[in-house]
Design a binder for this molecule. Structure first.
Ligand SMILES: [Zn+2]
Length: 426
């Protein structure tokens, strides 16, 4: 065991809080005495030693069962909890890079996210030119940021009247960009998919005005070219069931799942206050859809937080929130895989989504933790390398002072964060 010299000074300063904001690379490190909580350890595994060599976890064993090699710097984490780094499956970091998503603001948000424990995000549509740069800088460590995976958007041509698509395609034409493309029956899908992939996106986001046959065509070509397909629950005319049958990997926004059963939401739902019993009685039975999602391993990206926030100011959004939390609860009870995405412009982070999932949709704290770790990695199809704490996986980890299984709010009791084996401590 090596616990001397400059590393000791660094670690002592870091862990005692003498460095206010730091990014430190220790080389080989041993996290000693920690309690592991992840999808593989639903019951916490206490007194563990986790060895990290470079950016990877190299070994895990019970403290005292074997020696820690001399070449490892030891960080004593007795009484602390170790989780995989958190994954927010729904952010928008570059809808308008010339305005609200300007570089300074975005870099500040990304930095805060990483220090809070978020090591990966999935961007669900924006200016892919900007996202390519941010993603590259996050990967190289040139910026302090979670890893950024992003999407290329496909929708019916009518969608590109939406002003958000214009700011994301600034300088060019929305609907005719490789990452912001209007698709019809006559689209050359092989070329469109290759161009989407060429933007650096790893997935296609389906947004609106797409019929089921085009959804199938997109998924078929995406499968051939190694792209994932992520759907917005309201596609019109395609229904969520059509998306699941086509093989879409994840579907975003729980409230919009009602469109599997309804063509539109009744006016009175959105413009009057209602009792909880009312919402219980009108929320459609989606059990067949949930059964289908289970068969196809389709993931629900519930995004409750954004509806909760908007619902505080508007009856229409409150309607969405009331439906969304009930639908998420039913999906969870049915055994649908749920991931954790915010979609809230980073005012609050994914830790607040976990609060909603536990307090409003009935997830147990461990299932909320699995949603924000392993299930997020599954949505991105990076679960072979991320999402649990296992030898061979990348050392993207979160150290907490308090037990998040006792209270999911303890997810914010961050001691420090590791990304690619490097320590980040605020
Ligand atoms: Zn979104």
């Amino acid at each position: 065991m090596k616990l001397a010299g400059k590393w000791f000074i660094c670690i002592a300063s870091l862990l005692m809080g003498h460095i206010s904001c730091a990014q430190v690379s220790f080389g080989n490190i041993a996290l000693k005495g920690v309690t592991i909580i992840d999808a593989k350890h639903r019951v916490p595994l206490a007194r563990q030693v986790v060895l990290i060599q470079g950016k990877f976890i190299s070994d895990i064993f019970t403290d005292g069962s074997k020696a820690i090699p001399d070449s490892f710097t030891v960080i004593n984490l007795t009484g602390k909890y170790l989780l995989p780094g958190l994954i927010d499956t729904h952010v928008h970091m570059a809808t308008d890079p010339s305005g609200v998503d300007n570089r300074a603001h975005t870099l500040s948000s990304l930095e805060q996210m990483l220090y809070s424990g978020i090591t990966t995000v999935r961007d669900m549509a924006g200016d892919a030119r900007t996202l390519a740069g941010l993603s590259r800088d996050a990967m190289t460590g040139d910026i302090i940021s979670p890893d950024i995976y992003y999407s290329a958007l496909m929708a019916g041509p009518a969608f590109f009247n939406d002003p958000r698509t214009h700011t994301s395609a600034r300088g060019a034409v929305a609907g005719k960009m490789p990452y912001m493309l209007g698709v019809t029956d006559s689209t050359d899908m092989t070329l469109a998919m290759a161009e989407a992939k060429g933007t650096g996106a790893t997935g296609i986001k389906l947004y609106a005005y797409l019929p089921a046959d085009i959804v199938r065509k997109i998924v078929l070509e995406a499968n051939k070219q190694g792209m994932i397909v992520w759907g917005h629950a309201w596609l019109e005319p395609a229904k969520p069931t059509d998306m699941v049958n086509a093989g879409v990997s994840s579907i975003s926004h729980a409230p919009l799942m009602v469109y599997d059963k309804l063509d539109s939401i009744p006016y009175a739902w959105k413009h009057q206050t209602h009792t909880p019993q009312f919402w219980d009685s009108v929320t459609p039975d989606l059990s067949r859809l949930f059964e289908l999602m289970k068969q196809h391993h389709t993931i629900l990206d519930a995004t409750l937080l954004t509806y909760k926030q908007a619902g505080e100011h508007s009856l229409a959004w409150q309607c969405s929130y009331e439906l969304g939390k009930r639908i998420t609860a039913k999906a969870y009870q049915a055994g649908v895989t749920i991931c954790a995405g915010t979609d809230d412009d980073q005012v609050e982070f994914v830790q607040s989504e976990l609060n909603c999932l536990v307090k409003e949709a009935g997830l147990t704290p461990i299932d909320a933790i699995i949603a924000v770790t392993l299930n997020g990695a599954r949505a991105l199809q990076i679960d072979k390398q991320y999402g649990t704490i296992e030898p061979g996986k990348t050392a993207d980890l979160l150290v907490l002072d308090k037990n998040p299984l006792q209270d999911i709010g303890n997810i914010t009791s961050v001691n420090f964060v590791l990304k690619d084996g490097k320590v980040y401590k605020k």
